[in-house]
Design a protein around this ligand. Structure first.
Ligand code: DX5
Ligand code: ZN
Length: 228
């Protein structure tokens, strides 16, 4: 693989709020922000697209004033076009929808832009990256799921490495400014390989908010992401 634009840039760490202490979100968010995590990854689940429930726009709105981090909202909901406006108004910077969740993907991407947010598209582990090739030129971020969406704490699916590399090639071909984010099962022992495969935004829930020292976990991730 040649011309890897992302190798010249620093890797972005996106702690996933799903693994934070819900009784003290402001405390946990302040720690990851202080240690230099640039994105806050916010997983929205509807109990239909995935078998779990999480946050709605009200939570995004409530935490918006306490943080300057980039709010990276990952919508795991069916027909996400119904809620774009709500999340944009609540303060989402990036809004990522699932390719598998809507039959109006182009309209949804355009609507995210119209609402003033940056659009992203995510694919589940069994969806090939080539299925979204035609969309990449419209996107600010592509999100590759390296576990089945729905729950934190799962193991990274090894076949994801090859998918990440294929997605990186498609991004270099169509829109090198588009970010490539990977989500699920990333820890300090595999993050360097995820970056080498082509990722430039790393989501980590359990490995950061589940760590005994959240701040140290962000530091450890940042160190491991420095490319040799
Ligand atoms: C899973 C979510 C992930 C999750 C990652 O559906 O999209 O963002 O929080 O959690 P870990 O890092 O624990 O696998
Ligand atoms: Zn996520």
């Amino acid at each position: 693989m040649k011309n890897l634009k992302h190798k010249n840039n620093s890797i972005i760490i996106a702690p996933s709020l799903l693994a934070a202490n819900f009784a003290n979100l402001s405390h946990d968010i302040a720690i990851v922000e202080k240690e230099g995590a640039e994105f806050l990854h916010i997983d929205v689940m509807d109990g239909v697209f995935v078998p779990n429930l999480s946050f709605g726009p009200q939570v995004v709105k409530s935490i918006r004033p306490i943080s300057k981090m980039v709010f990276d909202v990952h919508l795991m909901i069916i027909k996400p076009e119904r809620f774009i406006d709500d999340f944009a108004c609540a303060g989402a910077d990036y809004i990522t929808v699932h390719f598998e969740a809507t039959d109006k993907i182009v309209e949804t991407i355009n609507y995210i832009k119209k609402c003033g947010a940056k659009p992203g598209v995510s694919i589940k582990p069994k969806t090939p990256p080539e299925s979204i090739e035609h969309l990449i030129k419209m996107l600010d971020i592509v999100l590759i799921m390296s576990v089945e969406p729905g729950f934190g704490g799962q193991s990274f699916i090894p076949e994801s490495f090859e998918k990440i590399a294929r997605t990186r090639e498609l991004i270099e071909k169509h829109n090198p400014f588009c970010k490539l984010e990977v989500d699920g099962g990333i820890y300090t022992n595999n993050v360097a390989d995820v970056v080498k495969a082509g990722a430039d935004v790393i989501v980590a829930g359990s490995a950061i908010f589940g760590a005994p020292d959240i701040g140290q976990a962000v530091k450890d991730f940042k160190n491991k992401c420095k490319l040799q």
